[in-house]
Design a protein around this ligand. Structure first.
Ligand SMILES: Cc1cc2nc3c(=O)[nH]c(=O)nc-3n(C[C@H](O)[C@H](O)[C@H](O)COP(=O)(O)OP(=O)(O)OC[C@H]3O[C@@H](n4cnc5c(N)ncnc54)[C@H](O)[C@@H]3O)c2cc1C
Length: 368
């Protein structure tokens, strides 16, 4: 097949790579390849610490994709950090959050090992003295999403900026125009028409008429360097404030992340930086000696049921949506690539991820 992929984030690039592997011809288009939400991501591959009540399906998807990561990382030649995640609480109330997370996971068949405060500090000596307890998720991994983006861009090739013509203004709504022409700013639909299918992997901004299916949820995140990093990802509640610290090999680390519904461009705020720094240094006091390198904000692409959109676009069988990965896009990238390629080859769609699920329920409701 000849496939056009719109969007060179982790999702679009992993889909393009999988299609190339299967012998298809692929063109990737993106005005700013690898600079979207994937560029900001922490890279935690931690289905258990991300799941919340009512999200059992996300846990299942995450576990399926986590199982693919070791061979995926090896194929891309990127390093996988396999030391697990430590969940900790800074006071009794915070520990209750850890216990609730552990109970939730136990209910879903995956009970983590609980740790007292001293046990948590023995497992992670960089933790401060006030940590009262925690839980260990030993099967979790992490990756550096920028390393993954670079590896995928190497394999897929530099994406084209636009097919031709000028970029469309983001505010315009031209539902009658071909999606690829509209999204890439060309009026020459015949150029677009040489593809058998278009995969829309444009992150938090879907082209019309699907824009309403995904909204942006702002996340601010910090990067730094220390000579004394934690050995593994530490996720914590610090007096009610969630925070995580993800170490990279070599002493770089990531501190994240704020979580904010908004409808303004994603920008770093002092409030976000203060919140993250305050929580992280209470958790890991040695961070006072770390050097600061970067603060960044991007939109997580969220859907109204927190599950991604993976399958045929409503009313357009030649367009496949691969979007709405919210907090899980790094984790789910290898699985998403397979599911999109399977769909293009055989028509298979996982009903829970079918982008038509929202329109279907509206129509059914109206019929009642
Ligand atoms: C602070 C933060 C931390 C995170 N941490 C994690 C984590 O630890 N683990 C995890 O699994 N997930 C994490 N996530 C979520 C993850 O980053 C996203 O789910 C994932 O990056 C989404 O990838 P994407 O390819 O869909 O979007 P993007 O990376 O945004 O890529 C979309 C691309 O589409 C392009 N584009 C837009 N419009 C068009 C158009 N019209 N035509 C062509 N191209 C277009 C953009 O330029 C962009 O390059 C985090 C997110 C944030 C914000």
């Amino acid at each position: 097949m000849r496939v056009l992929v719109l969007g060179a984030g982790l999702i679009g690039l992993s889909v393009a790579d999988e299609l190339l592997r299967r012998g298809h011809r692929v063109t990737v288009v993106d005005p700013a390849p690898g600079q979207g939400t994937s560029y900001a991501a922490a890279g935690m591959l931690s289905p258990g610490s991300e799941v919340w009540h009512g999200e059992a399906e996300i846990l299942r998807l995450g576990l399926r994709s986590l199982a693919l990561w070791p061979s995926y990382a090896e194929r891309l030649g990127v390093s996988l950090h396999c030391t697990g995640t430590l969940l900790v609480g800074q006071d009794r109330g915070d520990l209750q959050q850890v216990e609730r997370q552990a109970e939730l996971l136990a209910g879903l068949g995956d009970r983590p090992r609980m740790l007292t405060g001293p046990q948590a500090r023995a497992a992670e000596p960089t933790l401060g003295p006030r940590v009262v307890g925690g839980a260990l998720l030993p099967e979790d991994h992490s990756v550096d999403p920028r390393e993954v983006l670079a590896a995928l861009l190497d394999r897929v090739g530099r994406p084209a900026k636009w097919l031709s013509g000028r970029p469309e203004r983001r505010t315009s709504r031209r539902t009658s125009c071909d999606v690829a022409a509209a999204a890439t700013g060309t009026q020459d639909v015949s150029k677009v028409g040489k593809y058998d299918a278009t995969v829309v992997a444009t992150g938090a901004t879907l082209p019309e008429p699907w824009r309403h299916l995904v909204r942006g949820v702002r996340g601010e995140i910090l990067r730094g360097h220390t000579d004394d990093p934690p050995k593994r990802t530490v996720r914590a509640w610090v007096h009610g404030q969630p925070v995580y610290v993800v170490p990279r090999p070599g002493g770089d680390l990531v501190i994240g992340a704020t979580n904010e519904e908004h409808d303004v461009p994603p920008e770093v705020t002092f409030g976000g930086v203060f919140t993250l720094v305050e929580a992280a240094r209470a958790l890991l006091p040695g961070l006072d000696r770390a050097t600061f390198t970067e603060a960044l904000a991007r939109d997580r692409p969220a859907t109204s049921d927190n599950l991604p959109l993976l399958g045929p676009a409503p009313d357009r069988d030649d367009v496949v949506l691969a979007a709405g990965f919210f907090r899980h896009g790094v984790l789910l990238a290898p699985l998403a690539a397979r599911l999109v390629a399977d769909h293009l080859e055989s028509g298979s769609v996982e009903p829970l991820l079918d982008p038509g699920r929202f329109t279907r329920s509206t129509t059914e409701g109206a019929r009642c």
